[in-house]
Design a binder for this molecule. Structure first.
Ligand code: 13P
Ligand code: SF4
Length: 298
């Protein structure tokens, strides 16, 4: 299957982008593996006709919005992000109407329709820098992740109007689990994702995007690191740092949607050129403004 994927990739002049949470075998066959920000940046740099996006739908949609002339394929279109679906365009329009003049900010884990309603987008990897560009006199609407929003708002020392969305996987991590793992591995740094609730973030040494965790691991002198995010990232961490030990804070941190991308459907995707990601032109133009405003900052 791997050989066939490589062959088809050449024939189609395609590039394979994979998120850090996808299955190890998918990451291994990809040209680039990264976090949402790294993959969005890659998507604007690729010199291929076809982008096969191994990740959840909003990520493939972001790649399409940035590359309207390219074919963007997602091997399994039902791979969604439940958090992205926690706010609709209509709900955001209602929120904006209730807060005239406010700056609307969306986490990249959102639909194209929601991005189209926003002034600027953020990822977990750049949220602090992007938010710092918004005037202190402005009211800020932050959607959909209340945890990333509260994390950055605390760092900035100002209040945001937070939409009450969350990632069901990170939201379910219990403080007791983190405490028990800390007790079991004393001295090992604990890394968590900003999608975790405050009680979890407060127990961690570092609160980082998945790309931030990979960078931390490369630099860290610790030989054992506790990882509080989706377990797919362990593959990359272990591959890039063979002498270090990475332990999941909880093996229950599994994003079923990310796991829907397999070598089988990746191969079928390249073979049959499916499933093409399409975004209505009007939505795409508006959503692109919010994504490009973010990429202009970092
Ligand atoms: P990153 O941008 O940190 O990879 O996060 C994406 C995501 O969906 C986390 O749940
Ligand atoms: Fe969405 Fe959570 Fe899965 Fe990330 S881990 S894609 S936020 S459901």
């Amino acid at each position: 299957m791997i050989a066939e994927i490589q062959k088809l990739k050449k024939e189609r002049n395609a590039v394979i982008l994979a998120h850090n949470y996808t299955l190890g075998e998918v990451q291994d066959v990809a040209d680039y593996t990264g976090d949402s920000l790294e993959l969005a940046r890659r998507a604007v740099q690729v010199d291929a006709d076809v982008i096969v996006f191994c990740g959840v739908y909003f990520m493939a949609e972001t790649a399409k919005i940035l590359n309207p002339a390219k074919t963007v394929l997602i091997p399994e279109p039902s791979a969604g992000c439940p958090m992205a679906d926690m706010i609709s365009g209509a709900q955001l329009r209602e929120l904006k109407a209730a807060h005239p003049g406010a700056v609307a900010v969306c986490y990249v884990n959102s639909t194209a329709e929601v991005k189209a309603e926003c002034d600027i987008c953020v990822t977990s990897g750049n949220a602090e820098k992007v938010m710092a560009t918004i005037g202190r006199d402005k009211e800020i609407l932050f959607v959909p992740d209340r945890h990333l929003g509260s994390h950055i708002s605390a760092k900035e020392g100002r209040e945001y109007v937070l939409w009450q969305g969350h990632c069901p996987i990170h939201n379910a991590l219990a403080a007791e689990t983190v405490k028990a793992m800390r007790a079991k591995y004393p001295g090992a740094p604990v890394l968590v994702h900003p999608e975790c609730p405050k009680a979890i973030r407060d127990l961690a040494d570092e609160c980082l995007s998945t790309g931030g965790m990979c960078a931390y691991a490369l630099k860290s002198e610790a030989d054992t690191i506790l990882v509080g995010t989706e377990i797919g990232i362990l593959h990359r961490l272990r591959k890039e740092n063979p002498s270090k030990t990475f332990i999941p804070v909880s093996t229950e941190l599994v994003c079923a949607d990310m796991k829907k991308i397999t070598l089988e459907n990746l191969l079928a995707s390249l073979r049959d050129m499916k499933t093409k990601v399409e975004v209505p032109a009007e939505t795409a133009v508006k959503a692109r403004r919010a994504i490009e405003a973010m990429l202009a900052v970092c």
